[in-house]
Write a protein that binds this ligand. Structure first.
Ligand SMILES: [Zn+2]
Length: 346
């Protein structure tokens, strides 16, 4: 599938191993949580510790894929929204137990130095929240989550919450609410990365206006290549880059090519992921705003060649084959997200 010479392949594998690889979005918590009310695929039967052939992420496959740092999104299943803070604490409690059980292999990080320290030894884990429902209109809760290790917040999921409207509110003209503005300000104060994936376009522009720190789109692609409301327009990509933000490319089918093409039998591949990377580089003039946001375990069907996290070196091969330099590839694989981490975390 990837047209690559033997020499290029060797260079790619060596480069992948040497680089600090960061994936800024996966949903493996709900996929392994024993009592999840909502999960993509076959959760429940899997654990983080054991290698499974189902779903996308577990610790053995993270090692196989050469991942050095992984964001685990904590997402409250919509059925629990009336008690979202309580559910969030249950998710975090589960996750903290998993960290303790697997402390030889994974380590939750809250400072950039820890990511360097773990490189080549343990996988650094970043605690994220996907959807501000868990804050329940009370900034004191955000402070508690930060104390528990939270370092990146996706302001909303697809629905409306107290912060903003999500991507499913397609015709909404509303940006950040007054509370949403105060959440972004509090994130800046505490050192939590603000993530605009899933937000509506007006919300995106508000978040960029309000945030003093760079903003990220952890798992969103290019709308001009794939017309999903979850993807960013060229203007948005440019604005994000002008504020030194990063967008993580998403490997899920519907974010790579139009849904009706998928229905008609076209299957996106690792080359399609690189098409999106090419496009971002074209729009911004460099690779400095590109990262990885796989969406593993958050979307059922992943690009061919990137079927689960163990396959990640295929992306590096495809980038080498497409002519990217070693330095550019290192930035895409993690260097750019690391720059944002260093700038935002206090
Ligand atoms: Zn998501």
């Amino acid at each position: 599938m990837i047209q690559i010479t033997k020499d290029q392949e060797e260079r790619a594998l060596e480069l992948h191993k040497r680089s600090l690889v960061i994936d800024f979005h996966c949903d493996a918590i709900l996929a392994t949580l024993p009592d999840a009310a909502f999960t993509i695929g076959s959760g429940q039967k899997r654990t983080l510790a054991e290698r499974s052939t189902e779903g996308h992420v577990d610790i053995p496959r993270l090692f196989e894929g050469g991942v050095d740092c992984q964001v685990f999104a904590h997402f409250v299943e919509p059925i629990y929204n009336p008690i979202a803070p309580q559910r969030m604490l249950q998710l975090m409690g589960y996750f903290i137990s998993e960290l303790e059980k697997n402390s030889e292999k994974i380590d939750m990080v809250t400072r950039a130095e820890e990511i360097y320290k773990n490189h080549g030894k343990k996988i650094s884990i970043i605690m994220g929240i996907e959807g501000g429902e868990a804050i329940d209109q009370d900034l004191r809760l955000l402070k508690v989550y930060h104390k528990l290790g939270l370092r990146t917040l996706t302001l909303c999921w697809n629905n409306r919450n107290a912060i903003a409207d999500g991507a499913r509110q397609q015709r909404s003209k509303s940006g950040l609410t007054e509370f949403g503005i105060s959440v972004v300000e509090e994130c800046n104060k505490l050192g939590i990365i603000v993530d605009v994936s899933h937000i509506t376009d007006p919300g995106f522009w508000d978040a960029l206006d309000v945030s003093k720190d760079p903003v990220i789109a952890s798992h969103s692609n290019c709308r001009s290549l794939c017309p999903s409301m979850r993807n960013l327009t060229d203007e948005m990509i440019k604005a994000l880059s002008e504020r030194d933000g990063v967008m993580g490319v998403n490997f899920g089918h519907f974010f790579l090519i139009e849904q009706k093409e998928v229905t008609n039998g076209r299957i996106p591949t690792v080359e399609t992921v690189v098409d999106h990377i090419d496009h971002i580089r074209e729009v911004t003039g460099s690779v400095d705003n590109i990262g990885l946001g796989s969406d593993y375990d958050g979307f059922p069907n992943m690009a061919q060649g990137l079927e689960d996290v163990s396959k990640l070196p295929n992306l590096t091969k495809a980038l080498v084959a497409r002519g990217y330099s070693d330095q550019e590839i290192e930035k895409i694989l993690g260097g750019n997200f690391l720059r944002v981490i260093k700038r935002v975390w206090k």
